[in-house]
Design a protein around this ligand. Structure first.
Ligand SMILES: *Cc1c(COP(=O)(O)O)cnc(C)c1O
Length: 376
């Protein structure tokens, strides 16, 4: 927490705005629109709920194809099933680990061949790194397919000077407990069409029509954010820039401390890409590291009660999505095999990070001495 969150929450109590609406909800939504360079936002109960509503607003129908990045958290894909549509997964490209525009092209061609133009495309800015949006948007425009940007991990990231979340037709954000800023749980839909945000607010309020009695003409949802959570969000927005700086400092630290290790690779921002580096992630190539794997690093850290995690397991490799069409190669699969998220909290200090880096370096040192002995 940054400091003012509690003040806003107390204000909600003092004014008795303890409900899924109120002044904090409106103010937080306005801040989110400003932050993403969009015209309107709807504050919702989660990022998953935001994606569900975005698909409905984009007009996705049961049986439609929706193209989604395979390398992501399941919440990017599950809402496709909520609306009865069929996911088509695409591989990542090696520089950003996000949607490969070439694989996207193949996926679109596949859908067209089945006589069904894809109803939406969902690129993800994974770990804060922007996807190649110019190429993705160009293809989407060519075929007039709406783009729903999953910016759940990328608040504060920018692409060619523009904020992530505001690049596509609609964007979704998450304020789950693990994200760069949090409302304890929450999400938002942002758009440059004010009617999209208005529709999201309407659908998130059980689609209650404007009437004194309870009138319903379409199926709605209970997806609103509470005024208490939005109060936390307002406090968090005051420290977003600081959080981005802290996460980037983690990344820079690890990179300086570890990049010289053979077989260790860090994500590098291409020209014009600015990542919030929500998490610092590394790839470990055992053929260059003397056989050291990402799993060995994970277990070594675990011995000292330090948690690290493999990267997201791609959706096309998940049992729940078995048999789903997939386009591309093995980039996402290899990222899953060799990738690791290092401890990346905003509150890590230099002593914490040094300890982690030393433990990792230690693996390389002992491997080298083992090899030298074998040589002797
Ligand atoms: C966290 C996350 C979501 C979902 O957000 P929730 O608020 O947890 O529902 C969606 N997509 C990605 C890539 C995420 O990391």
């Amino acid at each position: 927490m940054g400091g003012n969150e509690q003040k806003y929450v107390e204000e909600a109590f003092a004014t008795n705005w303890v409900a899924p609406l109120g002044p904090h909800v409106d103010a937080f939504a306005q801040q989110l629109a400003a932050q993403t360079g969009t015209t309107a936002a709807a504050a919702l109960s989660s990022g998953t709920a935001a994606l569900h509503l975005a698909l409905i607003i984009a007009g996705v129908q049961p049986g439609d194809y929706v193209i989604c990045q395979s390398m992501t958290f399941c919440a990017s894909a599950n809402p496709i099933r909520y609306v009865g549509a069929e996911p088509v997964f695409v591989d990542s490209e090696p520089e950003t680990w996000n949607m490969d525009p070439e694989a996207l092209k193949e996926a679109i061609a596949f859908c067209l061949k089945q006589g069904k133009k894809p109803a939406a495309i969902i690129p993800v800015h994974l770990y804060g790194m922007p996807a190649r949006m110019n190429e993705i948007l160009e293809l989407a425009r060519q075929y007039e397919i709406p783009v729903i940007e999953d910016a759940a991990e990328a608040l504060g990231s920018t692409y060619m000077g523009k904020p992530c979340g505001g690049l596509g037709d609609m964007g979704i954000l998450s304020f789950n407990g693990n994200k760069i800023i949090t409302t304890s749980g929450g999400g938002a839909l942002v758009s440059n069409r004010p009617e999209d945000a208005a529709r999201a607010r309407f659908l998130s309020t059980q689609a209650r029509e404007a009437a004194p009695h309870y009138q319903h003409e379409v199926i709605g949802y209970n997806y609103r954010m509470s005024n208490i959570c939005a109060g936390i969000g307002r406090g968090q927005m005051e420290v977003l820039a600081e959080r981005v700086a802290q996460r980037r400092a983690n990344h820079n630290f690890y990179r300086e401390a570890l990049a010289d290790l053979p077989g260790m690779r860090f994500l590098v921002e291409p020209e014009g890409f600015f990542s919030n580096f929500w998490l610092t992630t590394v790839l470990v190539d055992p053929s260059l590291s003397g056989g050291i794997t990402r799993e060995q690093i994970r277990l070594e850290l675990e011995r000292y009660n330090i948690e690290s995690r493999p990267l997201w397991k791609p959706m096309h490799l998940q049992p729940v999505y078995e048999g789903t069409p997939y386009f591309g190669g093995d980039v996402a699969a290899r990222l899953f095999e060799n990738g690791l998220c290092l401890p990346s909290g905003s509150n890590l200090d230099t002593a914490d990070r040094s300890r982690i880096a030393e433990l990792i370096r230690g693996l390389w040192v002992s491997e080298t001495s083992r090899l030298n002995h074998a040589h002797v």
